[in-house]
Structures are given as structure tokens and as C-alpha cells.
Design a protein around this ligand. Sequence first.
Ligand SMILES: *Cc1c(COP(=O)(O)O)cnc(C)c1O
Length: 374
Amino acid sequence: MIGTLDSMVKMYDFKSEYLTLKNEIDGKLNDVLNDSAFSSGKYVEAFEKDFSNYSGSNYCVAVNNGTSALQAALMALDISFGDEVIVPTFSFFATSEAVSLVGAQPVFVDSNENDFNINVDDIEKNLTKKTKAIICVHLFGQICEIDKLIQISKAHNLYLIEDSAQSHGAEFNNKKSGTFGDVACFSFYPTKNLGSYGEGGALLTDNKKVFTKLCMIRNHGSNKQYQHEIIGNNFRMTGFQGGILSVKLNYLDKWNSLRIEHAKLYHQLLENIDEIILPSTKKNFKHVFHQYTIRLKKRGELKEYLSINNIDSAIYYPKPCHLQKPYASQKVNCLKSEELSKEVLSLPISTHIVEDDIINVCDKIKNFFHRGKT
Ligand SMILES: *Cc1c(COP(=O)(O)O)cnc(C)c1O
């Protein structure tokens, strides 16, 4: 039987989240309006302070989105024409796009099947004299093998940039995402664990020089009105987003705990199904499950079956970056990423769903495989 719209299990539900925070959010938006603090200003500065305190980082620079954060990081580290940057091909397009935007060359490396993150063993053979940096992506909410990445970066004198867009609040050895590299980039796109109500991004760094430069880059290369020291851009965050993010940051840990609970329940209910591989959590890592991503051969059929049963699911990502049109002429050997892109399926895990939703999703998955066996 096809359920009613009410029983729809969605990947995201921004309306229900907003309604739980309505008083606080509406109050904050009013404050921004009354202060006319529309672009940068005190609400953005307050959020920068809140987010650097939360993360345990010296400096935070808020920007207009995560892609700008990545581009600003590369600009601050003087990466441009003639330089190469190591990136995982199994990521959102923005990671490599930012490298191309500054005129440098993304060099794609493969990912692991256990944590979906950059395959550290694939990095060294891709290094050349032109390599300036590694961008590691803490994909789906779990930090990369960061100690090995730090080691490789130090050994080869490379910058390490964290793309933390999917890992707000994730930890390794009790240290938070965004505090391991030279600079880290966050996105506050609405679907992220910490999402604005629009677009937003931020950078974290402990390096004062990098911080000062990032502040200029965000504002047309200027730190004094109409005095432009370098070429920058307009990467400023709006006051509304700063205010909203300060409110929502107070809930991030609670929301991440909910995601972790959801993941546990999925694990319990799905672990006996031979046909699917469940996401794994590494020891000493706090995985914040930006996505709960399973792997299976019959990915397309299961997605279709869930959809008929009013359950949303999503494919992150159906095509690794090296196969996207702008990079398709590059010679790349990333077979594991190509395999992953054919097998991954992300199930609803964000904070609006309840235990019954997960039980429902898992029942339908069991039915799907049961039908296949008759
Ligand atoms: C979302 C995301 C980005 C881009 O952030 P935007 O705010 O959408 O520009 C970059 N990298 C990764 C891994 C992301 O998930």
C-alpha cells in the first residue's frame, strides 16, 4: 500500500526545525533589522567569536558560503597558476572547483571504502614539484585519517586545508573538525549539520597572518576603507545569517547526538542484511553523521522502491569529480571512487526524523530484499 503524504520520510525538513526555534530566530532577525546590521557587523562578529570558541580555534572568518571559504583559503596561502593541489575525487564538486577558480590544478586521488575519505596511501605517488597543498574532506561527518595527513604535509612541506563542510562538531581524539590543518573551511548551506537559512560559510585558523589576510580577501583586499592591499572579492556574510547561526550553534551538539542515536538504530536494524554494507566509525573518532550512507549493488532499485513507499533517499555522489565535464580530459586512476559512486545511498538521518521513521525505513529495506529472494 502506498502511504499518505503525512507518512513521507524526508531527507530534510527545514520548516519543522524552524518552528522549534521560531521565537529565538524571529527575535534575532528583529534585532538585526533594528540595528540595520545587514552586511558583516556585530551579529557576524558575534558568531565568529562563538564558532571559534566552540571549535577551539584562535580565529574565525565568516564568509558568504563554503565555496568562497575554500577559494579564500587557497588565495590566503598564495596558491595560484602553476600550482597543484591534491583533492579527493569522491567529494562535492566545490572542493576541486575552488582549486580551479584560483587558477591552480586539482590533482585527484582515490578514497577509502570504509570511511569514504581520502586514501592517504594514494597521495604520495601523486605529488610533484608543483604540489602546494592537500585539501582533505571530512566526508559525511567523519574526520579523515588526519594524523597521517599531517605527517605527509609536514614531510613534503605542503599546506593542509580541511574541507569541514560536512563535519561541524566532528572530533578526532576529542579535538574538533577544523583545528588540524593550516586553515579549515566550513559551509552553512541549509542541509549541513549547522545550516544557515540561506547561504553561509566560515574559515578557522590558528595562524594570525593567515587570519589577517583572510579578513582582507573577504572584503576586496582591504582592511581600511578604500585602501586595497591585495586582490580579494566580496565574500562577506550577511547579518541575518550571522544572527541565525549564533542561535543554531547552541543546538549543534544536541542535534549531532540525535544523528548519532539515529545511526545506532539504523545499525541495529540493518546489520543482518548481507546485501548492504553499513557505514563504519573509526575508533577515537566522533562521527556526526552528516549522512548515513550505505553501500549496495542494487542501489538504483532500492532507491526506487523506497521512493514508491514515500521514503526519500539521496545519492552523494553519483559521479566522482574527475569524471565531471571540466576535468574529464585529465588522466586519473580512481577506481574505488568510481565504484563507490555506483553503490552509495544515503538514508534520512537529520534531526526531524523519529525512531518510528527509521523503523519504517528499515522495514521497507528488509521487504525489498525479501521480495528479491522469492
Ligand atoms: C557543501 C559543500 C561545499 C560547498 O559549500 P557551499 O556553502 O554550498 O558553497 C564544499 N565542500 C563540501 C564537501 C560540501 O559538502
